[in-house]
Design a protein around this ligand. Structure first.
Ligand code: GLA
Length: 349
C-alpha cells in the first residue's frame, strides 16, 4: 500500500491548491483522486496479465473540471440527481433550490455543488478522507452540514467510498459519485457491448424532465430488465417510452433486498477483456446512466469521448424521493445521520 500526493493545479475561484492523491495496492491497482470535486480522475485496475488499465473517463488537467457538465468522476452533493420543480418542503417550510435543468434541480448546483468544490484532506494508510462544510441555506438547502467521503483502496482490488454527513436541521442528503466506467479502458469506445447485470426486479419510471412518476414498476418483460446479464446495446434503442424519455438508459433501479448492509447491486463485464466490475452498496437505489449525453469532448491522453463511451452506476436514494412519500426517506438531521458505503470491486474472470 502506498499513497503519494502531487500538486495538480490551483482552483481559479478559491485560489486553493488542488492535489492529486494516488492510492496504490499490492496488485498495482491505483486510484488517483483530486481534492477538487472529489474526482476519481484515474482508476488503474490489473488484468489477468497484471497489466493495468485505466477504466474511468476523465481529463488531464483542471480546466475542463471547472464546469464538467457530465460530472466525470465527481462527488455529487448534497443531493444527487433530480428534485422536481427544484423545491421541497421539510417540517412545514418550503425550500427553493437552483432550477438548473428544465425547471428542476439536477445534482444540487452548477456553481457550488460538491463536484466543483475544493475539499480538505486527511491522509490515511490506504485511504484519504475528503471533507467540507456547508452553511444553512447554501444552495437553498437547510442545515449547517458537515460532509465527508473516505476513499479506500484495498488489496482485494476494491475502491471503497464511505460517506458520512451530519446536519443540524432536517435536510435532504443524497451524495453519490459520478464516475463513468469503460472496462476496455478510458479510450475504449462505446460501452454498448458491455454486459450488465442489476440486482433489481423493479425500477422507478420517469415523466418528461426525467422526474420519477412515483411508481415502482417491475422490469420483467421490458428492456429495463437486467436481472439476467444483458448487453447494454441490445434493447437500448427499443421502442419503449421510458427509453425515449431518457435518450437510452438513465433511470433508477430499486436494489432487491436493500437493508442498509452492503449488497451486490450491479455487475459489468466487457467482451474481449477478462475484467469484471462489481458494485456493492448499502443504499436502496442505483442510477444506471448509459452516457447518452456525454457529447464530444477530449478526454485523457487525447481520447475522443462521445455519447455512450462510458457508463455510470450511481448508488443513491431514489431521485426526487424528497417529494415522493412512498420512496425511501432521504431526510437526515439532528436525529438521523447519513452513513453509506459503496464498493467498486474489480476481478478477472
Ligand atoms: C445523471 C443524470 C443524467 C445526466 C447525468 C450527467 O446521471 O441522471 O440524466 O444528467 O447525470 O450528465
Amino acid at each position: 500500500m502506498s499513497i503519494t500526493k502531487k500538486v495538480f493545479g490551483t482552483d481559479k475561484k478559491t485560489k486553493k491548491a488542488v492535489y492529486e492523491y494516488s492510492i496504490k495496492n499490492k496488485n498495482g491497482m491505483c486510484a488517483k483522486i483530486l481534492n477538487y470535486g472529489g474526482i476519481i480522475r484515474e482508476l488503474w485496475v490489473p488484468g489477468r496479465d497484471r497489466k493495468t488499465v485505466d477504466v474511468v473517463l476523465g481529463h488531464d488537467d483542471l480546466m475542463p473540471y471547472y464546469e464538467n457538465p457530465g460530472y466525470l468522476g465527481a462527488a455529487i452533493g448534497p443531493n444527487a440527481n433530480r428534485i422536481g420543480g427544484a423545491k421541497f418542503t421539510i417540517d412545514g417550510t418550503e425550500y427553493q433550490i437552483p432550477a438548473n435543468e428544465n425547471g428542476n434541480n439536477l445534482h444540487s448546483d452548477n456553481e457550488s455543488g460538491y463536484h466543483v468544490r475544493v475539499f480538505d484532506v486527511e491522509e490515511g494508510v490506504n485511504s484519504i478522507r475528503l471533507f467540507l462544510q456547508d452553511e444553512d441555506g447554501d444552495m437553498g438547502f437547510p442545515g449547517n452540514k458537515k460532509f465527508e467521503v473516505v476513499y479506500i483502496v484495498t488489496d482485494e482490488n476494491e475502491l471503497r467510498l464511505d460517506y458520512h454527513f451530519v446536519s443540524d436541521k432536517n435536510t435532504v442528503l443524497n451524495p453519490t459519485n459520478h464516475s463513468y466506467f469503460n472496462l476496455r479502458g478510458q479510450d475504449g469506445g462505446s460501452i454498448e457491448d458491455h454486459v450488465l447485470w442489476l440486482n433489481a426486479s423493479c425500477y422507478t419510471p420517469v415523466a418528461a424532465g426525467s422526474i420519477p412518476t412515483g411508481e415502482i414498476l417491475p422490469v420483467k418483460g421490458t428492456p429495463m430488465d437486467f436481472t439476467e446479464p444483458k448487453e447494454i446495446g441490445l434493447e437500448i434503442g427499443a421502442d419503449f417510452a421510458q427509453l425515449k424519455l431518457g435518450g437510452g438508459y438513465d433511470h433508477n433501479w430499486v436494489i432487491d433486498g436493500a437493508d442498509g448492509q452492503l449488497k451486490l447491486a450491479a455487475k459489468v463485464t466487457a467482451p474481449g477483456t477478462s475484467r469484471t466490475m462489481k458494485v456493492y452498496t448499502t443504499l436502496p437505489g442505483i442510477q444506471f446512466y448509459a452516457g447518452n449525453f456525454i457529447g464530444e469532448q477530449e478526454g485523457k491522453l487525447g481520447a475522443a469521448y462521445h455519447n455512450r463511451c462510458g457508463l455510470a452506476l450511481e448508488t443513491q436514494y431514489f431521485p426526487d424521493s424528497i417529494n415522493k412519500e412512498n420512496f425511501p426517506d432521504a431526510v437526515f438531521g439532528p436525529e438521523r445521520q447519513y452513513v453509506s458505503s459503496t464498493v467498486y470491486q474489480f476481478c478477472n474472470n
